[in-house]
Design a protein around this ligand. Structure first.
Ligand code: OSB
Ligand code: MG
Length: 387
């Protein structure tokens, strides 16, 4: 642990004072509709946060979805809490010293991790850009590329699902995740497994077995890497009871809302694997703390995804480059979801990996034309106290 330093002047930085924050709503059509146990999406309605400091600026993506089906947050609610309760806490007479202080500034507001994480990401990006340093280096990454993984939604038929998995494998993906729910599970998983006996395959239920935990046992015989979030978000004991009845490792997503929640889940035996999403835990710095909890305990982690544009996807690649991320994440190329991304597209290498960005900040290079074409609205929130 670091010992608290004696108060003194902040480290010199070219970041300068925080002038204000822009909230920008964007809409990107998906290449194909995305169907899951928690709803369908055909356009990604996303919220970007741009922090403007005197010496640098940075971008963060709020991963809240359009509807509160994955968690309580939703994009319009996130914009509202940012406007009313969060942004002003970064301004005022006492200027924000560093990204590491964002979470403490925002802590008086309960909940809203995705809204908070977006601000912290934008401050981290600005801070790293000012320092000419990559986010990956800032977070403590050890890898220069990560194994990609692709998530496949619920499709209209088993044949269509197998066809999509065939296509993903042909594109070069070496790990596939299928969405499952009671009634869309054994038959589709068996068909994909028969077509791809050696594929690294896993499933995500988004809590859809909460009313029928025993039905999860039927998924135990397919050599799956893991079964993600079969039961309700708050049902750690239920997951622990289920975990001893299945051989396949259980993985938690929605349940892991902080490093403390990760410790609780692991102490109870509720899971053997954790999906880390910075938005869900309130920021990339807390995500690193979840990673550290898992690394200390030898628990496998992987980086989740939330249909991010290139802005959030680049930052996720930086996180996934930390060493305890021993399983491939939901980290696919831009063209998995978007024909045209907001950034220079993130590409899949021939060996099924994706390069971790090395440029300053998240490394995302926003394409101004694409950004303008996708923008629905922008708001500017000035924060600099009058001199
Ligand atoms: O549960 O992991 C999830 C997308 C949106 C919300 C929740 C989830 C997902 C995914 C997609 O599974 C992962 C991706 O972005 O590739
Ligand atoms: Mg999930």
């Amino acid at each position: 642990m670091l010992t608290p330093s004696t108060p003194g002047p902040p480290e010199p930085s070219t970041l300068g004072a925080l002038e204000g924050v822009e909230l920008r709503r964007v809409r990107l059509p998906l290449v194909a509709p995305w169907h899951t146990p928690i709803g369908s999406v055909s356009t990604r309605d996303a919220l970007l946060v741009r922090t403007v400091f005197a010496g640098a600026e940075g971008w963060g993506e709020c991963v809240a979805m359009g509807d509160p089906g994955y968690s309580a947050e939703y994009v319009e609610g996130a914009a509202d809490v940012l406007r009313r309760h969060l942004l002003w806490r970064l301004g005022g007479p006492d200027p924000l010293p560093a990204a590491a202080d964002v979470a403490a500034r925002l802590a008086p507001v309960k909940g809203h991790p995705m809204a908070k994480a977006a601000i912290e990401a934008a401050v981290l990006d600005a801070e790293c850009r000012a320092a000419g340093r990559s986010l990956a280096a800032r977070l403590g990454a050890t890898r220069s590329r990560v194994t990609a993984g692709v998530a496949v939604g619920v499709t209209g038929s088993v044949a269509a699902l197998v066809e999509e998995v065939d296509r993903r494998v042909a594109e070069g993906y070496r790990r596939v995740k299928l969405k499952v729910r009671p009634g869309w599970d054994v038959e589709p998983v068996a068909a994909v497994r028969a077509a791809h006996p050696d594929l690294a395959l896993q499933v995500d239920a988004n809590g859809s077995y909460a009313a029928a935990p025993g039905r999860v046992l039927a998924l135990d015989g397919f050599g799956l890497l893991l079964i993600e979030q079969p039961l309700a978000d708050d049902d750690l004991v239920g997951h622990a009871e289920l975990a001893v009845r299945v051989r396949t490792p259980l993985c938690l997503d929605e349940s892991i809302t902080s490093a403390a929640a990760a410790r609780a889940a692991l102490a109870l035996g509720a899971c053997r694997v954790i999906n880390i999403k910075a938005g869900r835990v309130g920021g990339y710095l807390e995500a690193v703390r979840v990673h550290d909890v898992c690394r200390e305990r030898g628990v496998a982690v992987w980086c989740g995804g939330m249909l991010e544009t290139g802005v959030g996807r680049a930052a996720n690649l930086a996180l996934a480059a930390l060493d305890a991320f021993s399983l491939p994440g939901d980290l696919s190329a831009s063209d998995r979801f978007y024909a045209e991304d907001l950034t220079e597209p993130i590409r899949l290498n021939d060996d099924g990996t994706i390069d971790v960005p090395t440029g300053p900040g998240s490394g995302a290079e926003i394409n101004p034309r694409r950004l303008a074409a996708s923008t629905v609205s922008t708001e500017w929130h000035p924060l600099r106290s009058s001199p």
